[in-house]
Design a protein around this ligand. Structure first.
Ligand code: SF4
Length: 181
């Protein structure tokens, strides 16, 4: 017989196995890297064979894909979208612009480090990343999910003050609740 802790561990393994093979993706096409999403999802690279497919709304999505630079005015919408997604949820930062600003590192109206505003589980580097790199990024996320280490959604809740402080520094017209869940 298994004790409660062991039983929960087995349930977690099964749940995580199912989760990693059923990733509904909401692609927020902020930057030029968005152009690599269609070939990734269609027959040439066929991301669906990994269980990766598109989602129509935030509430149906597991993964938020930020495809490149993010203007400060778009950040507000992205936060609203992220907070409408159900837990557990994951964020992938796509392209150099999400990592350090890329070629827009000194732009007055884009953010540089996405992780200061939303919890990023996986970054895919490149400018722009090819479909092979995008799929490799998703496989990395799947490994994290299976290991129970894709916990950005939990960190967001636990460090909400940190994220809100950073978000409000760049969003000057903050006219929405501090969180939407
Ligand atoms: S990383 Fe390159 S391709 Fe992606 S949004 Fe930035 S400039 Fe565009």
């Amino acid at each position: 017989m298994y004790n409660d802790k062991e039983s929960q561990k087995i349930v977690d393994i099964i749940q995580n196995y199912a989760r990693k093979h059923s990733l509904f993706v909401l692609a927020y096409g902020t930057g030029c890297g968005a152009i690599e999403i269609p070939p990734t999802m269609t027959s040439r690279y066929d991301a669906e064979r990994f269980g990766i497919r598109g989602a129509a709304t935030p509430r149906q999505a597991d993964v938020l894909l930020i495809t490149g630079y993010l203007a400060t005015k778009s950040l507000k919408r992205v936060i609203k979208v992220y907070e409408q997604m159900q837990d557990p949820k994951y964020v992938i930062g796509f392209g150099s612009c999400t990592i350090n600003g890329g070629m827009y590192w000194d732009s007055y109206n884009t953010i540089n480090v996405l992780d200061k505003y939303l919890p990023v589980d996986v970054y895919i580097n490149g400018c722009m990343p090819r479909p092979e790199a995008v799929i490799a990024g998703f496989v990395k996320l799947q490994k994290q999910i299976q290991a129970g280490k894709a916990d950005g959604w939990d960190k967001y809740k636990k460090n909400l003050d940190y994220y809100k402080e950073n978000q409000k520094k760049v969003i000057t017209n903050w006219v929405m609740p501090d969180f939407n869940w």
